[in-house]
Design a protein around this ligand. Structure first.
Ligand code: ADP
Ligand code: MG
Length: 231
C-alpha cells in the first residue's frame, strides 16, 4: 500500500537573489494511512510552509513529495487541484463562508464529487450531526460560537471522507477545553474513517492523544519519534 505522504530531501526557499531565504532544508518523512502526526516547533520554523507543500497549495521546488503515491514535483495545475480535492483542510481561523449556513459550508466540500443534491444534503447534515451540531445545521457562522465554527470546519474537512487531514493550529483561537474537545473529536472521527492527520500545533495540552511527534527548528526536522506521553 502507498504511504499517504512520502517526502524525500525536500528543500524550499522564499525570494530570489540577495533576498533569497531558505525555509525548509532536507526534509525527509513519510506518513502512513491512518497515522496521527503532530508537528511542533517555534514560530517561523517552517511548519506552515511544509503543510502548504503537503497540501498541494504551493509548488515543490526541490526534492520529492509524493501524495497518495503521486509525485507533486513538476505537477501541473490540474493534477494539483485533483490531489487537493482528496485532502481535508482545517486552519486556525475556521475560514467558513459567512454568507452560507453551516450545512452549506459543509456541502461546499462535496461540490467536486459526483453526488446528487439530495445525497450531498444528506451527507452534510449527517456529518454535522456527528460533530454534535445537528440542531445548528441552518445557522450562519456569526450565530455560532468559536468551538462550534471549528466543528463545522471539521465536518467540512471530513465529509468527503479524505485519506488525509491537514490542520494548521486549529485550536489557536479556542479556550483550552474547547480546543481539547475539538481535537479529540477530529481524532475520533478520523480514526473511524481511517484518515491520517497532520496537526500543526503549539498546544501541548493535546500531546497525549497523538501517535507521533515531529519537531521542526529553523527549517529542519530535528525530531521524529513515537509519542510517549500517556497523560
Ligand atoms: P511557522 O508556520 O513554523 O511559523 P512559516 O512556514 O510560516 O513558519 O514560515 C517560515 C519562514 O518563512 C518564516 O521566517 C517566515 O517569515 C517565512 N515566510 C513564510 N511565508 C513566506 C512568504 N510567502 N514569503 C516570504 N517568506 C515567508
Ligand atoms: Mg504557521
Amino acid at each position: 500500500m502507498n504511504s499517504i505522504i512520502s517526502i524525500d530531501n525536500l528543500n524550499h526557499t522564499y525570494g530570489t537573489g540577495a533576498l533569497q531565504k531558505p525555509v525548509l532544508s532536507s526534509i525527509t518523512l513519510t506518513i502512513e494511512p491512518g497515522e496521527i502526526v503532530l508537528l511542533t516547533g517555534p514560530s517561523g520554523s517552517g511548519k506552515t510552509t511544509l503543510l502548504t507543500l503537503m497540501g498541494a497549495l504551493r509548488s515543490v521546488q526541490d526534492g520529492s513529495l509524493k501524495l497518495f503515491g503521486q509525485e507533486l514535483r513538476g505537477a501541473g495545475k490540474s493534477k494539483l487541484i485533483q490531489v487537493r480535492s482528496q485532502i481535508g483542510f482545517i486552519f486556525q481561523a475556521h475560514n467558513l463562508l459567512k454568507s452560507l449556513t453551516a450545512w452549506e459550508n459543509v456541502n461546499m466540500s462535496l461540490k467536486l464529487h459526483k453526488l446528487s443534491r439530495q445525497e450531498r444534503y444528506d451527507r452534510s447534515i449527517a456529518m454535522l450531526q456527528s460533530v454534535g451540531l445537528g440542531d445548528r445545521t441552518h445557522y450562519y457562522p456569526e450565530n455560532l460560537s468559536g468551538g462550534q465554527k471549528q466543528r463545522v470546519a471539521i465536518a467540512r474537512a471530513l465529509v468527503s471522507q479524505p485519506k488525509l487531514i491537514l490542520a494548521d493550529e486549529p485550536t489557536a483561537a479556542l479556550d483550552s477545553k474547547t480546543g481539547r474537545d475539538v481535537v479529540t473529536l477530529m481524532q475520533t472521527l478520523a480514526k473511524e474513517q481511517g484518515c491520517a492527520i497532520l496537526l500543526v500545533t503549539h498546544d501541548n495540552r493535546i500531546l497525549d492523544i497523538n501517535d507521533r511527534i515531529l519537531k521542526m527548528e529553523d527549517g529542519c526536522l530535528v525530531q521524529d519519534r513515537p509519542n510517549q506521553v500517556t497523560a
